[in-house]
Design a binder for this molecule. Sequence first.
Ligand code: FAD
Length: 502
Amino acid sequence: MSHTHNYDVVVVGAGNAALCAAIAAKEGGASVLVLEKGSIEKRGGNSYFTDGAIRVAYNNLDAIRKIIPKLTDDEAANIVMPEYTEQDYYDDLMRVTSGKSDPQLGQQLVSKSYDTIAWMQNQGINFELNYDNQSFLQDGKRHFWGGLPIKTENKGVGLIKKLFERAQELSIEIWYDSRAIKLNKEDEQITGVVVQKENESITVNTFGVILACGSFEANKNWRSEHIGEEWEAAIVRGTEFNTGDGITMALEVGAQKYGEWEGCHSIGTDYNAPKVGDFAKPGDIFKKHSYPYSIMLNKDGKRFVDEGADLRNYTYAKYGREILKQPGHVAYQLYDAQVRPMLRKEYDLEEATFFQADTLEELVNLLPVDKKQFLDTVSEYNRAVEEGEYKPAEKDGKGTKGITPLKSNWALRIEQGPFYAFPVTCGITFSFGGLHVDTTGHVLDAREEPINGLFAAGEMIGGIFYENYPGGSGLMSGAVFGKLAGASAANYINRERTELAK
Ligand SMILES: Cc1cc2nc3c(=O)[nH]c(=O)nc-3n(C[C@H](O)[C@H](O)[C@H](O)COP(=O)(O)OP(=O)(O)OC[C@H]3O[C@@H](n4cnc5c(N)ncnc54)[C@H](O)[C@@H]3O)c2cc1C
């Protein structure tokens, strides 16, 4: 039996960008269908796997308190919260992307960030302070730094739970195990989406489609073709479903490619992390982000980056790809007993893979590395460490001299047992290449004209992130452009309806 399905707006995907889009479209008066390729247990996309850190421009602690109303006066009195203006955010974006980010899209991201967070809060999403990773204790006060003081309560899991609750409250329909495979277009207008649902091919009629179904990081062939052959070997940190379907469908109806197709975000992740994100283990638990306090050695027993070049926020995304270039795509973060207690929480999880021994000689015997070179590299490094005050919470300039690569900060001799080696490999987070949208989320064609009825948001839009991204901007971009795309799609439908009624 065949059914006819008609919705004003169809949203493809059910991650952060998609659900923000669906809610905004519904608020704009549209009837909305959400299509999710995964099952109900595997919904939520990469957004589900996140730490929930979300980068927003704000003026002061009062602005933060509006977003986190449960923050008490006593708690607030012990916080130092430097402002993070729209200009600061914009400058960070331009700095980490070497000035390549599209100025209009970048401006839209930063200028709409605070209002969008306030809107998310109105939808029922709770935020909290990011004490663990973005603050340090000094003179009895918590000092926040780096423009990333807030995260969603209960990480990405909490964000997705609240977004689905809101979607349900608004009676937004959601189909699971439903993969969008094709867009229908007639007379220069999107007219429907073809959906593969339980071996059935179903056409949903609509005048507005919002693609928010991720980029192509989970597609081995595309990774290899666009980013580089070695990327076939990368671990996929998030959902298995972001295989570029939305991009393919949009290109088929004339959309323009945009952004850095040969670029992606990646990090050093536990060597034994699942090959694709395991929905039973969300919360970004496999990263290994204390490497600035380590030295990293490859299988040949050699160092290959300046582990202490900068604060972690500014190097972690680059160093994933450096690890991928090493023999066997593996590196060992080496720590001694002085540093071990300072490592981040993820190093204490039962999922963390590590080797431990009382002496370096015993440790190296446990590792599949060039043992002599490994020990020589550690000795050479120890000899090169310069004197100075070690300050783990700030760039301390305590570096090395006369070795390549240098270690510019946080250089301590590795000399007190027990010693620890944490094996890491490269995990891809998301790819940067995607579609071209205007500042309202409308997808543009080769002439840079909007394709009638086609919108996009989230990871799948190109042009904002190149080479790197300021941490926490992925969720913010998804929310800002998701909300904009939802509102634009609803407006578009309303205009079309008015035209038809004439
Ligand atoms: C481990 C990890 C930690 C991260 N931590 C952070 C962080 O703390 N802060 C931050 O800002 N960013 C973080 N990121 C990046 C962040 O996850 C992304 O930038 C953001 O979530 C992308 O949101 P999205 O809605 O565009 O995509 P997603 O959340 O991936 O949603 C895409 C959805 O589309 C669905 N889909 C795909 N193809 C189809 C199809 N053909 N039909 C129907 N549905 C389809 C997928 O199943 C999925 O539900 C992290 C990423 C990972 C993997």
